[in-house]
Write a protein of this length. Structure first.
Length: 536
């Protein structure tokens, strides 16, 4: 298997693990691990690393070994994506060290929990591939052997197949035939059942080499040859096809008496006129070396494809850069509209106060001086009160006229990030939520609640990290503001700003809940979806 194929397979395992963590526990730590994995899915490696390092400190304080292993696993993939394979390998080594020190394999046997298996198999697979590519075959084989201990307890066929495709390549190169033979037999059948034909063909080729070259079986007794011929038309990669054909040419007689059904097409090496006649070579080692030589030449084609891939990646990065510039420009335009809206709003309010309320209050004063308190004076006072009330209700920040609640909160988090040396992060789910359904009057109250909660964390708890999360589904809006601040005995979060928070929440028929934990505190706002509609 190519290294990039293994990398993609292991990445899928990591994302699956992050999703399953939600079902394992309701702790805030695992919720944030899943959120961090979602950030990685978006290609934001720097943000993922920052979040993962912060969560790793909490995982170590909680002595949660599985969470620590998960976070090292996640950071390894970030470094790998950034091209720093050496640091990625170090992170995976830390993951393996934690897993082995805490007897993850024993815990797996007892709990049958997939989290341990996916975490460790992805780590062993990456490490074995890394050291093989760096020509350290002994270390690569060591990690592959340790990874093989997990195969018998892995119940998921897709996970076994992807892991075996990594381990078998290393162990075949290391000549550990006894260790890999039986697992590969089952792995080949599992791969066929999953319709992963290319992986199945790779394992079948290895099995033919073992049975013919090591176990000295006759070609007619090797059932894998027939099976390989059957699936050959469905194989996608040329390397898998050519390697299989070259291997079977070593084992099958090529005389005139060979049955046309079983005879494979001749594979000639057109790149070298001095290539050995493998049909007449008796040494299995010489034959294997020939196949390796052919594969190296095929690797030249792979290098060309890799160069093309690099050009494609550079093109994608350029597109992202252009998109980022367009986004920054859009944000700048939004800011300009915001400032313009503020000025227009101030001008309108000044005119409203001067021409309307101010003149009406002057008329009331004159009436009181001349006539005292009369029904007409009371009428004027009531009208003035209604005008003041109307103006106060219109005091909605102009940004809500140009952006949704999600966009306003994201801009707010970006604008205050770094103030008082505090890191502010924001995440909204699901990605396709329709935030335009929340009217400005209701969005304003949510915005003010978030401002109040963050202000409390900065002023009274000395927080250095605050995370904002908003989730909107068909039933409710949920907002979480979590901080790592330390609250003094005389300034508990329940006694600071609670009244204001509850008043704003009651205006939209929402509910405020405050939680304290060993990492700080969390403010949770919950509002039923129907209470967010415009007619409520």
């Amino acid at each position: 298997m190519k290294l990039y194929t293994k990398h993609i397979a292991m990445l899928l395992l990591l994302l699956l693990t992050a999703t399953q963590a939600m079902g394992r526990t309701d702790s805030l730590l695992w919720v944030e691990i899943k959120q961090t994995s979602m950030i990685y899915q978006q290609g934001l490696c720097d943000s993922t690393l920052s979040q993962a390092r912060r969560l790793l400190v909490r995982a170590e304080e909680l002595d949660d070994a599985l969470a620590q292993a998960q976070l090292h696993n996640l950071m390894a993939f970030c470094f790998w994506d950034q091209g720093d394979q050496h640091t990625a390998a170090k992170e995976m080594q830390r993951c393996v060290t934690i897993g082995e020190a805490n007897n993850f394999i024993g815990k797996t046997v007892k709990s049958r929990h997939d989290l341990y298996i996916t975490t460790m198999l992805s780590a062993y697979s990456l490490l074995s591939a890394y050291y093989k590519d760096h020509h350290q075959l002994e270390r690569a084989a060591d990690y592959a052997k340790r990874g093989m201990e997990w195969i018998p307890i892995c119940q998921r066929a897709s996970l076994r197949v992807n892991s075996l495709s990594s381990f078998s390549e290393v162990l075949m190169a290391h000549k550990d035939y006894n260790l890999i033979y039986e697992p590969m037999r089952q792995g080949a059948m599992d791969a066929l059942g999953l319709k992963q034909v290319d992986i199945a063909m790779m394992m079948i080729t290895y099995l033919i080499n073992i049975e013919y070259g090591v176990m000295h079986r006759k070609p007619e007794d090797i059932l894998w040859i027939k099976l390989g011929e059957k699936i050959l038309p469905d194989v996608k990669t040329e390397t898998a096809k050519i390697t299989f054909l070259a291997t079977t040419k070593l084992t099958l007689p090529q005389d005139e008496g060979t049955d046309e059904v079983t005879r494979l097409p001749e594979v000639r090496d057109t790149t070298n006129a001095n290539a050995p006649d493998i049909a007449k070579t008796d040494s299995i080692q010489t034959r294997i070396e020939y196949i390796q030589l052919r594969n190296e030449r095929i690797g030249i084609v792979g290098s060309i494809l890799a160069l093309a891939l690099l050009v494609f990646v550079l093109y994608i990065l350029w597109q992202r850069y252009q998109h980022r510039k367009a986004t920054q420009k859009a944000e700048q335009q939004m800011e300009e509209r915001y400032i313009e809206g503020q000025e227009n709003e101030r001008t309108r309010l000044a005119k409203e106060l001067h021409d309307g309320i101010s003149n009406q209050l002057l008329a009331v004063e004159m009436k009181l001086n001349e006539e005292g308190l009369t029904p007409e004076t009371m009428k004027l006072l009531n009208e003035s009160r209604e005008q003041v009330r109307r103006v106060s209700h219109e005091l909605i920040p102009p940004e809500f006229e140009h952006a949704t609640l999600n966009e306003v909160i994201r801009n707010y988090a970006d604008s205050i990030n770094g103030i008082h040396q505090c890191e502010i992060t924001y995440m909204q789910t699901p990605p396709d939520a329709d935030w335009t359904e929340i009217p400005p009057t209701k969005a304003l109250e949510v915005y003010r609640i978030i401002q109040e909660a963050i202000g409390n964390a900065l002023k009274h708890a000395g927080a250095t990290s605050v995370s904002i999360g908003m989730h909107l589904d068909e039933e409710k809006l949920k907002v979480l503001i979590s901080d790592n601040g330390t609250w003094k005995d005389d300034s508990k979060p329940a006694g600071i700003g609670t009244r204001t928070l509850n008043q704003r929440a009651s205006f939209i028929n929402g509910k405020i809940e405050l939680f304290q934990h060993q990492f700080g505190s969390t403010v949770q706002l919950t509002v039923n979806r129907q209470n967010l509609q415009k007619n409520v």
